[in-house]
Design a protein around this ligand. Structure first.
Ligand code: CA
Length: 724
């Protein structure tokens, strides 16, 4: 390994020279060979470790025998308490990580000294178009540059040595609600990037750009052009074939259909194929989206492409006729498994819908599909001849006309949190969770598509908690997390660890027979990979949801993880987040080594003292109207039933509950737009904004009286300003 002094010199050279040759001295080794093998384990050269994205490190200095001696080597406070989802990338003793609002940070990986940071300066008002917080899941590194996708749809190349912007391209139409939260991937000197936005109404695609110049190479749309026209893109031939799986009419014609590729894009260096994890439909409701007709390819599918041209090779659709927000965007691990006595090149995925898939990479054929959480009720299993699910007819709520209480739900049996695979023990480690929710048909004009808020074809206004303490307490108790060690050959769990709350961290595994995972309630843990025995737990003073990385500098193995709460579930779930709501939200990069002695300062504790609420003044009719509006426009960020999640302000504690002018300033005048809380004047009249206030105030009184022992934190909201 080079020493820090040498690295600083090369950084200066790269900054001064700017030519390809000098730039390559920093990160020069990040090329196809390194990303294919991953190297010795000294580097963690891409978010998924290497192209197979198993998040498996060959390092063994930290192992099942000594992991209990792991201590903090160093830590770095991060600026934004809005969801830390990135996995660090480490090359030549430098650590690169991203944070909320698409910011990038570089550190000396051994000392923790900050080398540079880059703020792309995104328009904060774009935050309202990020379904699941203004998060980012990491950079890609390649030949002297690091790449980041931004929440406003740009792909930016930075000089790895200096953090200075080299090139930037707008990958989306910024007049539409596209966002980027996923890490770019670099394949054959091309940067591949997708996007999100299917909750609001967009058409999904991925684009490949020249890694040196940012010139577009190809684009692949995942769903047909609603106009019926050709796009003149790599996907045209495939789109012509799948067009008959969509209805003649239906809302996809105006929404764009969805199918965004917002996280998993995996390169198969053995077969020279690129796998896209494709997202949900837009709107979710298949009855509205496609008149209840057709499989709607390539929604909820894994699609294989030729990386040179973006041309279609094969696909496997996990959820035909997707209608529950069941994305197939979740992390994909590549491996060779011994199945039925012969080696098979497979990919593995544990997507939202609760089934663990093993798919043949040669042809896209399903090998195994098994339920990895208990109680999956939308399908009982898979027909292995056709590769299609055996559905529960009640799950298609738009056909039955009846609500369907689903497990899993849009919140997911497994979301974006990284899944790791350890080939030594033959197990995949799924950061799973057990959270149900109801799907209801639209019931009023409020549920139609709007210029703000989720457009998912659901009755969101009635999808909140009933005013029944026993039901709410049961929902809190029932929403749990589970680490599942899945045997993909036997198609069953070998061991599990239960957690009292959902939304725990991603996993990382090593040849030291270890699995690392952070928890929502504030620990960073290690388990024996083969047995699940807990070997290590470090209190980190905040919730953890990101996945860890490990690397070696100067003969010392380090384990790095981002800590801090946020993301879809703490924004949207309300009361059922349970005890996690009272866990402080402290955004921090934590780096461990054997015998580390650094100490964390105590985390500032959220204010959980009961607030004195103003008198509730809404009539039952006003409260009901306000509840429907809150459910439609507010709950996906401020929590069902205004229950809060400890990330965005808990509105039940808002100082504006008795202050109509202050409430108006935020909802109508957009006083907090720089936090992502834009004016809702496009969809709410001033009178409707006040109805929402009356509802939240009423709900706060009910919760104070009926859920007294339930968590209450989330921070008091001062009037008008001061929101973090
Ligand atoms: Ca979605």
């Amino acid at each position: 390994m080079r020493k820090a002094g040498v690295l600083l010199t090369t950084a200066l050279l790269a900054g001064c020279g700017g030519s390809e040759q000098s730039r390559d001295r920093v990160l020069g080794r990040v090329d196809a060979a390194l990303l294919t093998s991953g190297g010795t384990g000294a580097d963690w050269p891409m978010t998924g470790y290497n192209y197979s994205e198993q998040r498996f490190s060959p390092l063994t200095q930290v192992n099942a025998g000594n992991v209990g001696k792991l201590g903090l080597a160093w830590f770095a406070d991060m600026p934004d308490a809005r969801g830390q989802e990135a996995t660090p990338v480490v090359v030549d003793g430098r650590l690169y990580v991203t944070g909320p609002w698409s910011k990038v940070f570089a550190y000396d990986a051994a000392s923790g000294q900050k080398l540079w940071e880059f703020d792309p300066g995104v328009d904060k008002a774009k935050g309202v178009q990020a379904c699941c917080d203004v998060v980012n899941r990491g950079v890609a590194a390649w030949k002297g540059r690091v790449y980041v996708g931004t929440i406003d749809g740009r792909l930016i190349a930075l000089d790895a040595g200096t953090g200075k912007q080299d090139w930037s391209v707008q990958t989306t139409d910024n007049s539409k609600p596209y966002t980027i939260t996923g890490a770019p991937r670099v394949v054959k000197d091309m940067v591949i990037i997708g996007n999100g936005g299917a909750e609001f109404g967009v058409r999904g695609y991925v684009t490949a750009y020249d890694a040196a110049t940012g010139t577009k190479k190809w684009r692949f749309y995942t769903v047909p052009n609603p106009s019926g026209a050709k796009d003149g893109e790599a996907s045209d031939a495939a789109m012509a074939k799948v067009a008959p799986t969509w209805s003649k009419n239906g809302e996809w014609k105006t929404s764009g259909g969805g199918g965004t590729v917002w996280d998993s894009i995996v390169y198969d260096a053995e077969l020279d194929q690129l796998y896209l994890g494709v997202g949900n439909g837009s709107p979710w409701n298949h009855g509205l989206r496609s008149e209840g007709q057709g499989d709607n390819l390539f929604l909820s599918s894994i699609v294989a492409l030729k990386p040179d041209t973006g041309q279609y090779v094969w696909h496997y659709q996990e959820t035909p006729g997707e209608t529950w927000d069941f994305t197939a965007t979740q992390p994909i691990n590549l491996a060779t498994l011994n199945i039925g006595g012969s080696p098979r090149k497979v990919l593995m995925q544990a997507p939202k819908n609760g089934f663990f898939y093993v798919v043949d990479r040669m042809n896209g054929k399903l090998i195994n599909a098994g339920q990895f959480i208990p109680g999956v009720n939308w399908a009982s299993g898979y027909d292995m001849k056709t590769g299609r699910p055996i559905e529960n007819p009640a799950a298609r709520f738009y056909k039955t006309g009846k609500p369907f209480l689903a497990l899993p739900s849009a919140i997911a049996a497994h979301n974006w949190q990284p899944m790791a695979f350890n080939p030594n023990v033959g197990l995949a480690f799924i950061p799973a969770q057990i959270v149900g929710s109801a799907y209801l048909n639209p019931s009023s004009p409020l549920d139609a598509a709007k210029p703000l808020g989720f457009n998912v074809g659901q009755d969101l206004g009635n999808a909140m908690y009933p005013r029944d303490a026993a039901t709410v307490k049961a929902a809190i108790a029932g929403a749990t997390g589970r680490l599942v060690a899945w045997d993909p050959v036997a198609n069953k769990a070998r061991w599990t660890v239960d957690y009292p709350t959902p939304w725990n961290g991603g996993t990382m595994t090593t040849a030291g027979n270890l699995v690392f995972q952070g928890t929502a309630l504030g620990e960073f843990r290690a388990y024996a990979a083969d047995t699940g025995r807990q070997l290590f737990a470090y209190p980190v003073g905040t919730g953890v949801m990101a996945g860890a990385a490990t690397y070696q500098v100067g003969g010392v193995q380090y384990v790095a993880v981002l800590a801090g709460r946020g993301g879809a579930l703490p924004l949207s779930i309300g009361y059922a987040i349970g005890k996690a709501r009272d866990v402080p939200n402290v955004p921090r990069l934590l780096v461990f080594k054997l015998g580390g002695t650094a100490k964390l300062p105590p985390s500032p504790q959220p204010d959980t003292a009961p607030v004195t609420l103003p008198t509730a003044t809404g009539t039952p009719q006003q409260v009901a109207q306000g509840q429907a509006l809150y459910g439609r426009y507010c709950q996906v960020c401020h929590g069902a039933s205004a229950g809060g999640g400890g990330v965005l302000p808990n509105l039940q504690r808002s100082a504006n509950l008795g202050n109509p002018d202050g409430w108006h300033a935020v909802l109508i005048d957009g006083a907090l737009k720089d936090n992502g809380m834009v004016s809702f004047a496009k969809v709410l009249t001033p009178e409707q904004a006040q109805l929402i206030r009356l509802y939240v105030l009423d709900e706060a009184h009910w919760a104070q009286k009926n859920l007294a022992e339930a968590p209450t934190a989330g921070g008091k909201v001062p009037a008008r300003t001061g929101v973090r």
